[in-house]
Design a binder for this molecule. Structure first.
Ligand code: ASP
Length: 921
């Protein structure tokens, strides 16, 4: 019986001990949770659900409970009071709050008491050794590094950073460092703007509207994203040309549908919607909420904030750690005592080292200071919420989820949503205005035709978008105006957001490329010289006079007269030319000199005409004088013949300049180029002495040699009758104009090599798609087809007369009648004068006969005419003409008449003797 009593007592003790032990192990751990006042009504039930889900409902070996406090976001005093209450209630750890305004109070209190403190919101990186602190939110420095790497991977050039709070600058500190990597001459690579003086930020946006940067990083509170983007939209800064990067990790919770966004917006978050863990958690929360609140929570993936996800993960970690911990000795602390909580380190240490737990926010690892150093940043596009890539913070690498093909495909999807504005300019054969048929009204793109329009049609068809051609103001290509600090023309349109694309014969230049992007080239070209073919001038009747200048002709004619007269006097002076008139008479009474003025002229004329003369001087001096004249005549006639050949035949058609060196070395032929285009820029910027010299020549030549349109330059070349103007133009244009007008010719090779490309704003998301389309058009031969169409088939040739057709002439060395007509004319006129003289002589003779034979004039004329036309009669009787000296002195009037008659007869006789070389005057 005694034994039984002892055994029962023992059993009781064991039961009590077991019970005691059990009750120690099953001790309740109170977790203090501080929520900020919720910004939405749905937040509280969700947070409650998560708490219930993790703590109360958890099958654990320890009993967990939560003590939730809701505190103000900004009231530090209230927060510290609430914390002290929580600590009084004997919590083992504290979670929250989310704002970095109030959490330092909690942190310092917890640190003092050695109480575990777990944070799930953004805070500056902590560098303080702490055994009791953990932050589940990605570490600020690591996050900044991640954001910078993501921005770099986007390949942006020129960034505008808009930040709302100072915290934003910490997030973007690494992005700011990118500035050192790539800074262009003309514009700042990164512009930073604090979003102050809100909520109307339109003036700020306006400031950036006309800059070259179209990449905007927006760092603002999640609730402000929509209002700010709406303002950007109102300024047309939310269309396809813009790229946005939203740094908020909750950007996915915003509903953007009202914005009708076509801009390329990139967002980041630290959890993946589609992950199993996230979907499981979402499901569990739904079930728990329904069980407890009896109303569904309507949770969608896009409604879950990062904070919520982090809270879930923090609780998962903490509760798992508490569950695994052995017995925690009781340790009571309060805000006003100096005691330290004994279990702080073990709880935090256990939480920090937990592994393989299902988390929503990916991998979790902490450094010694409690900062979370392992996490993923998922990069998404706003459009269709596509994953671009994942940034792995621990090893600082970016893993791309899309191929470049997929990226450009995604970019083009926005292009389809808008009417693409294409800025262009009129200029043959790229774009020409269509002349409407009768009554036809042309609208939109139908008003134009040409290479540009066809190329744009092909690209639009390839990518599938619609476009509208718009002629740029002033029809300018685009140059930078130093004084106004702005770009003109097509480039200005892109920079001032008036166009999405710029297409024409727009040359890719380094200066332009520093402010806009160019597609891959669609045409290659170079600068060359446009000049007029040296066409034969149909009006050159007296072309035979051209070998000598007017002065040479005048000098030669004067010399002919002077030398003839000199010869006359020399011959009179030299005894050698005084000859015996009757050689049989040894002792002549008189000597005769044949060198009359007429004969002297005849002798010199005969020499210069290469005919010689049948009388020659005999005196030494006269022979010497004539010999000198022969020498002169020899040189002058041979020079004339040599020059005449060159002038009248093809040799004369050789262009006076054959290449740019020839052009630069002379100043007779003026030359110019298109004003304010890449051609002028080429000469302006060239380091080559020859081109520098040419530019100086062009700049200083008056009137100006520059033209505002290529067609004006072409017309100037054509209108310069003497071919004294050449136009330096791009080979594509030269090719076209030479094809249309056979008077025009390209001289020499290209001075440089460059290309045309389609311009678009910097970093335009659709650039890849445009490049791909051009490549395809090139590979399928479409580009070549279009070139042939507009450079050969559709060309309107100017009528090309034979005189202008250099090619035709090239095959023939013949002289045509036009250029030799002058020679015929001289012969014609000369013979006509001879006929006229012959006629006068004949009539004078008839008149004399009529007087002598006492016949009427008509009778005498009839007889003489009969005689003259009878070609069989070759002999004529000599009429004895009565001597006028034998007539009576009383008949003075008759004698006067006879005098006159004799004078005229003498004149005619002299003239005829001059022509017939009748020596016996
Ligand atoms: N295509 C040129 C440009 O883009 C025009 C020129 O200078 O000939 O400026």
């Amino acid at each position: 019986m005694e034994m039984n009593v002892i055994s029962f007592f023992n059993l009781l003790v064991v039961v009590i001990l077991v019970q005691k032990c059990y009750s120690v192990k099953k001790e309740t751990y109170n977790i203090g949770i501080i929520f900020n006042e919720p910004s939405s009504q749905s937040e509280l039930p969700l947070n409650d659900t998560i708490v219930r889900n993790n703590i109360i409902e958890k099958e654990t070996s320890v009993s967990l409970s939560s003590k939730v406090q809701v505190v103000s976001k900004i009231d530090i005093f209230d927060t510290s009071k609430q914390i002290c209450n929580l600590i009084d209630d004997g919590v083992v750890a504290i979670l929250g709050p989310s704002t970095y305004v109030t959490s330092p109070v909690v942190e310092s209190t917890c640190k003092n008491l050695n109480l575990p403190y777990i944070v799930t919101s953004w805070r500056m990186t902590s560098f303080e050794e702490s055994d009791v602190f953990l932050n589940f939110h990605p570490d600020a420095d690591k996050l900044a590094k991640g954001i910078a790497d993501i921005v770099r991977s986007l390949g942006w050039v020129g960034i505008i950073i808009l930040y709302e709070e100072e915290e934003g600058l910490v997030k973007l500190q690494e992005v700011l460092k990118l500035q050192n990597l790539k800074r262009t001459d003309n514009h700042d690579f990164i512009r930073v703007q604090h979003l102050t003086d809100g909520p109307d930020y339109r003036p700020l946006f306006k400031k950036f509207r006309n800059t070259t940067e179209n990449n905007i990083i927006l760092d603002c509170k999640t609730e402000n994203i929509l209002p700010i983007l709406t303002q950007a939209k109102s300024l047309d800064m939310l269309d396809i040309r813009f790229n946005y990067f939203l740094t908020s990790l909750d950007a996915h919770t915003v509903d953007y549908s009202s914005l009708n966004v076509t801009a390329n917006i990139t967002t980041i978050r630290i959890f993946d919607y589609n992950s199993e863990e996230f979907l499981n958690a979402l499901q569990k929360w739904g079930i728990t909420a329904f069980e407890f609140f009896k109303t569904p929570l309507y949770l969608t993936p896009t409604s879950i904030k990062t904070e919520t996800a982090l809270f879930q993960d923090a609780l998962t970690y903490l509760t798992a750690a508490l569950k695994d911990l052995p017995y925690l000795p009781e340790s009571k602390v309060n805000c006003f005592a100096d005691d330290k909580y004994m279990n702080g380190f073990s709880i935090i240490n256990a939480t920090r080292h937990k592994e393989d737990l299902p988390t929503i926010t990916g991998p979790i690892k902490f450094d010694d200071f409690g900062n979370r150093i392992d996490f993923n940043i998922y990069v998404y596009t706003l459009d269709e919420d596509q994953l671009i890539g994942t940034y792995q913070a621990l090893n600082e690498t970016m893993v791309f989820a899309r191929t470049s093909e997929e990226t450009s495909l995604a970019a083009t999807s926005n292009l389809k949503k808008v009417k693409v504005m294409v800025s262009t300019r009129i200029g043959n054969p790229f774009l020409m205005e269509v002349t409407p048929q009768d009554g036809q009204i042309l609208e939109g793109n139908d008003r134009y035709e040409g290479y540009t329009k066809d190329l744009m049609d092909e690209i639009a068809k390839n990518i599938d978008f619609t476009f509208e051609l718009h002629i740029t103001e002033g029809n300018l290509f685009g140059s930078y105006l130093e004084d106004q600090k702005r770009w003109t023309g097509l480039i200005g349109d892109l920079l001032e957001r008036r166009a999405h694309l710029a297409l024409c014969d727009l040359t890719i230049t380094h200066q332009r490329q520093s402010v806009v992007d160019f597609s891959m080239p669609f045409m290659t070209l170079g600068i060359s010289i446009l000049h007029k073919s040296p066409a034969k001038d149909p009006t050159r009747t007296f072309a035979f006079l051209e070998p000598f200048g007017t002065s040479v002709w005048i000098y030669s004619a004067t010399l002919y007269l002077v030398v003839s007269i000199i010869l006359y006097f020399i011959a009179r002076m030299t005894p050698g030319d005084w000859e015996n008139p009757h050689p049989c008479d040894d002792k002549p009474k008189v000597l005769e000199n044949i060198w009359t003025l007429q004969n002297c002229h005849w002798a010199t004329l005969g020499t210069i005409m290469n005919q010689g003369c049948d009388i020659l001087p005999k005196g030494i001096s006269s022979r010497f004088a004539l010999a000198m004249w022969w020498f002169f005549a020899l040189i002058i006639t041979n020079s004339y013949i040599a020059n005449l050949t060159a002038f009248l035949t093809k040799a004369n058609l050789e262009p006076p300049i054959k290449n740019v060196e020839d052009l630069s070395k002379q100043s007779k032929i003026k030359y110019g180029c298109l004003e304010k285009g890449s051609t002028e820029q080429f000469f302006k910027d060239s380091n080559i002495t020859m081109f520098q010299k040419m530019y100086t020549f062009m700049k200083t030549t008056r009137p100006s040699v520059f033209e505002s349109e290529n067609i004006d330059g072409v017309n100037r070349v054509l209108n310069d009758k003497k071919g004294l103007y050449a136009f330096l133009m791009e080979s594509t244009q030269i090719e076209y104009y030479v094809e249309t007008n056979c008077k025009l010719k390209q001289i020499g090779d290209w001075l440089d090599t460059k290309s045309y490309g389609i311009a678009m704003p910097m970093n335009a998301p659709y650039r890849g798609a445009i490049d791909k389309a051009i490549l395809e058009l090139q590979e399928t031969g479409k580009l070549g087809e279009l070139k042939t169409k507009w450079w050969k088939k559709k060309i309107k040739k100017m009528p090309c007369d034979e005189n202008n057709n250099i090619d035709k002439d090239d095959n023939s060395n013949d002289l045509d009648i036009a250029r030799t007509f002058g020679i015929f004319l001289v012969l014609l006129v000369g013979v006509s004068i001879a006929i006229l003289l012959g006629l006068v002589e004949f009539l004078w003779n008839v008149r004399n006969i009529s007087v002598e034979e006492h016949l009427s004039f008509w009778e005498a004329l009839k007889i003489e005419l009969k005689f003259a036309v009878n070609i069989w009669i070759t002999k004529k009787k000599i009429k004895v003409v009565a001597s006028d000296t034998s007539s009576s002195s009383g008949k003075s009037d008759r004698s006067d008449k006879a005098d006159k008659k004799s004078a005229i007869h003498n004149f005619l006789h002299t003239a005829s003797s001059f022509m017939n070389l009748n020596a016996d005057t």
